[in-house]
Design a protein around this ligand. Structure first.
Ligand code: HEM
Length: 117
């Protein structure tokens, strides 16, 4: 795209929060709720409203790479460790609210990673 096109074209910023927090699509749009993606038998369910990689012609080119990397990263950790809050802290006391900036990021947490034997 040339500089001229930038000046005269229309820049569009899709806000995916409108669909990712849509109260008509999600049972608990503001909670970490893995059951959003499970049927009554505990099997994975694809949800049309789950589109963190956007949609259409400008959708993320790295979607399949990112999904593969995240799967390998988290399954490797979960196969090797059991994660718990630090001693004296219950799971209910963990603050899962995001840190809001241009994007929403997880807050830092202190956790125990106990190796599985
Ligand atoms: C969890 C990880 C990732 C998320 C959630 C994500 C999400 C997104 C989103 C929302 C867009 C904008 C789509 C739009 O404008 O409608 C985008 C664009 C893009 N992403 Fe990703 N992305 C991720 C990882 C990656 C990786 C690993 C790569 C490459 C190795 C990548 C390459 C790109 C490229 C090249 C675009 C621009 C596509 C275009 O404008 O035509 N992304 N991504």
């Amino acid at each position: 795209m040339s500089f001229h096109q930038w000046q005269t074209g229309t820049v569009v910023y899709p806000l995916l929060t409108s669909v990712l927090y849509d109260e008509t699509e999600w049972e608990q749009p503001h909670s970490f709720h893995p059951a959003h993606f499970l049927d009554k038998d505990g099997k994975f369910v694809q949800r049309d409203a789950f589109m963190p990689f956007s949609a259409g012609r400008r959708a993320c080119l790295g979607e399949s790479l990112a999904k593969m990397e995240l799967f390998i990263f988290f399954t490797t950790l979960l196969q090797q460790f059991r994660f718990t809050p630090p001693p004296g802290v219950s799971e209910d006391e963990l603050d899962l609210s995001p840190r809001v900036g241009f994007t929403r990021n997880p807050a830092p947490h202190t956790l125990c990673a106990v190796p599985c034997v």
